[in-house]
Ligand binder design. Structure first.
Ligand code: NAD
Length: 254
């Protein structure tokens, strides 16, 4: 049997690359789908011959259904199967509710929520052919505790609701759908929050808030994703797994 195939959206980003590395280690062929830098990120997995036939870079804009259809079609045509989808592309425009611009609201939901639903839709044909599949969508601890901008928290809470609905519809096809919800990660994502010192202050606050006294690393999230994509998780669906070092909990008050 040929190696299973996983699509990772936002695959050129900090977490996407970490997920791809763990999945390649687990024997997957991985398609990195990204709006920017997908081909370059895939080349970065290569050896000195300048390539690795287990990793493919495919440009996509997850907010554009035609682009999604084309990208999933390219992966299916190249490798003849799509077993797993990791909805990882995400953005977090900075805004207050009082100063909310409709464009920021819409842009956040378009990528983080609508994009994930479109990706699932276009992976269904290969899953029907294979008699099953897997979805893991990358949420955030803020779905539960707030703590970020309103559009971002709403998009990540929406991802949980969408996943719970999708897992009912897709279960009879043999597809599981789950969410992995991380806390702060040191990736380019947080550059929108301010300069390096500001991001480091964030990191210190997260470390102090964690019962484990530690930050989460992208590889910690990648291992949770790999588990949910594996046969060991075949009976888990509709679940939200926090990989947040305990920072999803209410602060200790006693
Ligand atoms: N970094 C954190 O602190 C943190 C915490 C919790 C959850 N997350 C979530 O983790 C996921 C990955 O984030 P990251 O930290 O790797 O950030 P990142 O900025 O390094 O990567 C995000 C990737 O998404 C891609 N992307 C954005 N819009 C897209 C679009 N329309 N189509 C296709 N690709 C698009 C970007 O080009 C980028 O490569 C996101 O969903 C984010 O919400 C991140």
């Amino acid at each position: 049997m040929s190696a299973p195939v996983a699509i990772v959206t936002g695959g050129a980003g900090g977490l996407g690359t970490a997920i791809a590395r763990v999945l390649v280690g687990d024997g997957f062929r991985v398609a990195l789908l990204d709006r920017h830098g997908a081909v370059e990120a895939a080349a970065g997995f290569g050896d000195d011959r300048g390539g690795d036939d287990r990793v493919l870079g495919v440009p996509v804009d997850v907010t554009d259904e035609e682009s999604v259809r084309t990208a999933v079609g390219r992966v299916d045509a190249a490798w003849g199967r799509v077993d797993a989808l990791v909805n990882n592309a995400g953005v977090e425009p900075q805004h207050s509710v009082e100063g909310l611009e409709l464009g920021d609201w819409q842009a956040t939901l378009d990528v983080n929520l609508t994009g994930a639903a479109l990706m699932i839709k276009h992976c269904i044909p290969p899953w029907r052919r294979a008699g099953g599949g897997r979805v893991v969508s990358i949420g955030s601890r803020v779905w539960l505790g707030g703590g970020s901008t309103a559009s971002y928290s709403a998009s990540k809470a929406g991802l949980v609701g969408m996943t719970r609905a999708a897992c009912r519809e897709l279960g009879p096809l043999g597809v599981t759908a789950n969410v992995v919800a991380p806390s702060f990660l040191r990736t380019p994502f947080n550059a929108v929050k301010g300069d390096e010192e500001c991001v480091e202050a964030y990191a210190r606050r997260f470390t102090a808030a964690s019962p484990l006294g530690r930050l989460v690393e992208p590889v910690d999230v990648a291992h949770a994703v790999a588990f949910l994509l594996s046969d060991r998780a075949r009976a888990i669906t509709g679940e939200t797994l926090h990989v947040a070092a305990g920072t999803q909990l209410a602060p200790r008050i006693d």
